[in-house]
Ligand binder design. Structure first.
Ligand code: HEM
Length: 411
């Protein structure tokens, strides 16, 4: 006999299927197979209008001007993921995404964001990025003598994890722990698909809470963001704020960047012609990858009052799913949007890092990481080719390869 919750899940799936068959594009997006790219569905949303209503009460947009307007408007608020089976008052459990400034709104968002902004200044980033060549080369040395490898676990994952360790001031020896946390959370960002996944997710959040509580009190004299925040605790921020901000920065710092690096490597390995076209302009390759293959497919906002977006009325309380990946392929902004074109001049107009007050703090860092990895990898292995099809990450939010098998060919 199926349980009540299994029946509820089944009924909901049937309803979603029914809505999709009746032409509800929102239902079609919610039904996309995890790992499917979704470009055709996003184009269908855009073709139907700037804001498309789903029978579930959500609005969707894949139009660049509308997405940009929603993200920059004071009439919309960031919303927490609300994916947790735990009591938010539970002292032993801080939710690193829902309780961090990423999900908060002014004035608290502004206060907490301004406490970490100094670590993303040009000088601070220089201090971090000067290690990128060395970190990448350390990863490349693990490939020496091998004829094939998975570039996600060998390169795309460890470089951003190393970088975020430097930024936060965390021990590099804990990288395997962070990688396990990142993989678990990346898989459930669009909602756990089973009780087992929900349990694993909550276990990771509880481990992260314990880790940062212990680390912050032990490392007050150390360098990096966690120690810096610990100095201001409890005067400027509570212990919960400290744990949530540290956990969010750790996750935001690499579960996204691993996909940017993976997508760029994948594109260049799939079509070696692009490498010749790019002629070493790695900045252009990274910018076009960000536009063409956004590692974050969407973000959500909620209208905090009745408002008007590009002539469309949006009622207070309505959630809007901003399809960043769809906006980045809006033909009214980007010519031939489905083509990967490294010579495109306007690629940087993409919305991959969001827009407005929540604009990604790590955008410059992510760009520098991806450019270094591409440069060092193709200098060392100019003839590398795909050894088999990449395995897409099983997610509806994140877009990138989970495995990228390559044949390694040197100069
Ligand atoms: C390719 C890599 C990355 C992508 C695609 C990405 C994407 C995004 C997006 C779309 C947002 C806005 C979320 C929203 O509006 O709701 C965001 C916010 C943020 N990102 Fe990134 N990110 C990347 C790398 C990084 C890195 C390396 C860091 C830090 C080490 C970072 C830290 C943050 C933070 C702190 C926020 C919250 C900003 C706020 O709410 O004020 N990100 N990111």
């Amino acid at each position: 006999m199926p349980s009540d919750s299994a029946l509820a899940l089944l009924t909901d799936r049937m309803r979603l299927l029914g809505d999709d068959l009746r032409g509800d594009l929102g239902a079609r997006i919610l039904r996309l197979r995890p790992g499917a790219d979704g470009w055709r569905t996003y184009a269908a949303v855009r073709a139907r209008g700037p804001l498309v209503r789903s029978r579930r009460g959500l609005l969707f947009t894949a139009t660049w001007t509308t997405a940009n307007a929603v993200l920059r408007s004071d009439d919309f608020r960031a919303v927490p993921t609300m994916i947790s089976g735990r009591d938010p008052a539970d002292e032993g459990f801080v939710h690193p995404l829902d309780e961090a400034f990423f999900s908060l709104n002014p004035p608290r968002h502004t206060e907490l964001r301004s406490m970490v902004t100094p670590w993303f200044s040009r000088n601070q980033l220089k201090r971090i990025t000067e290690h990128l060549d060395e970190d990448t080369d350390t990863c490349l040395r693990t490939l020496a003598g091998r004829r094939s490898a998975d570039l996600v676990s060998a390169l795309a994952e460890p470089v951003p994890v190393n970088t975020v360790c430097r930024l936060l001031g965390l021990p590099h020896g804990d990288m395997p722990l962070f990688i396990r946390w990142g993989r678990t959370i990346a898989a459930v960002l669009d909602g756990p698909r089973s009780r087992v996944e929900l349990h694993r997710m909550n276990q990771v959040y509880a481990e992260m809470t314990r880790y940062f509580r212990g680390h912050a009190s032990a490392q007050r004299q150390a360098e990096g963001i966690v120690a810096g925040l610990a100095e201001g605790c409890p005067r400027l921020l509570s212990e919960r704020d400290l744990i949530a901000t540290s956990g969010m920065l750790l996750l935001a710092g690499f579960v996204t960047t691993v996909n940017l690096i993976g997508n760029a490597l994948h594109t260049l390995l799939q079509a070696p012609g692009y490498r010749a076209e790019a002629a070493g302009d790695w900045a252009a390759v990274v910018e076009e990858t960000l536009r063409h293959s956004s590692p974050v497919k969407y973000v959500v906002r909620r209208a905090c009052r009745d408002t008007d977006v590009e002539g469309h009325t949006v009622a207070a309380g309505t959630p809007v799913v901003v399809l960043l990946a769809g906006a980045n392929r809006d033909p009214s902004v980007f010519g031939r949007p489905d083509e990967f074109d490294v010579r495109r001049r306007d690629a940087s107009r993409h919305l991959t890092f969001g827009a407005g007050i929540h604009y990604c703090l790590g955008a410059s860092l992510a760009r520098a990481e991806a450019q270094t990895v591409l440069r060092r990898f193709f200098e060392r292995y100019p003839g590398a080719t795909l050894a088999a099809d990449a395995t897409p990450r099983q997610s509806r939010v994140l877009h990138g390869p989970a495995r990228l098998p390559v044949r390694l060919t040197g100069p």
